[in-house]
Design a protein around this ligand. Structure first.
Ligand code: DCP
Ligand code: MG
Length: 241
């Protein structure tokens, strides 16, 4: 990909149904390599913004640009493919672990897939599977734990090597040790890439270059953790409980 990972929203309005706008006048700018976090209560619009970064929907008004290319009104599936997504619910298919990682970049060599798995912190658990990288996964990935599926999703994104990433942090049902492994893998994956992180734990956004606090489809506060704490507004409230 030729993209640097620069992403800009200018006065973006969006509704899944044009009659019901759910995002209002969104402005944001991500420099290549920055980590941008979204926080806010349920229904605030966090997932919707990341859906737009991915260009899954047409916007009603405004502009979305990657580098200086306006992707808001035109279909650019190749641009969209250049982003990496690590969703909570990883889609795995019946096939080997290796092929499931390779899905991030279909012409990747075995060596590239193993390198990606190492970066993702997934290599150790894969080596312990009955047939290592040749272990066949069931289509729903039910022969892996949720944490292991997430590590594979990180490896899959790493092999694709995108300039920008969207990470939807897992909420529950993984234990603390697995969670630490997943977050270590995610940190390695984010290094050097623009990252948009939907955080469910405020502790994981502290190091973001910019935290966007959302409420009812608007960005109501933005800044670093320290700036937002000093502001003593909504973020401060969320943080201090
Ligand atoms: N919405 C909608 N149609 C969809 C998805 C969402 O009309 N297919 C609405 C529901 C909310 C608003 O859009 O009013 C924002 O929803 P989001 O999913 O973006 O909200 P969050 O991701 O912030 O919420 P959560 O923390 O629950 O994931
Ligand atoms: Mg959401």
């Amino acid at each position: 990909s030729e993209l640097t990972g620069e992403v800009e929203f200018e006065n973006v309005d969006f509704g899944y149904n044009p009659d019901k706008i759910v995002l209002h006048d969104i402005n944001m700018y991500a420099k290549p390599g920055q980590k941008i976090a979204f926080v806010g209560s349920t229904g605030a619009g966090k997932t919707t913004i990341t859906n737009l970064i991915n260009r899954f929907y047409d916007i009603q008004d405004g502009k979305i640009r990657y580098d200086n290319i306006n992707i808001g009104k035109i279909r650019k599936p190749d641009l969209r493919r250049s982003l990496g997504i690590v969703l909570q619910d990883t889609h795995l298919f019946t096939g080997t672990v290796m092929d499931n990682i390779r899905y991030g970049k279909l012409d990747a060599t075995d060596e590239e897939c193993i390198k990606a798995a190492k970066l993702a912190n997934a290599h150790d658990f894969i080596k312990r599977l009955p047939d290592g990288y040749n272990t066949v996964l069931t289509g729903d990935g039910s022969n892996l734990s949720q944490g292991q599926r997430q590590l594979l999703a990180i490896a899959r994104a790493a092999v694709a090597d995108p300039p920008a990433l969207i990470l939807d942090e897992a909420t529950s049902s993984i234990d603390t040790r697995t969670e630490a492994m997943v977050s270590k893998g995610m940190d390695a994956l984010m290094e050097g890439r623009t990252s948009f992180v939907i955080a469910h734990r405020l502790s994981t956004v502290k190091d973001a270059d910019c935290i966007m606090v959302m409420e009812q489809g608007r960005i109501i506060e933005r800044g670093t953790h320290d700036q937002l704490i000093d502001m003593k507004g909504r973020y401060y409230q969320l943080y201090t409980g």
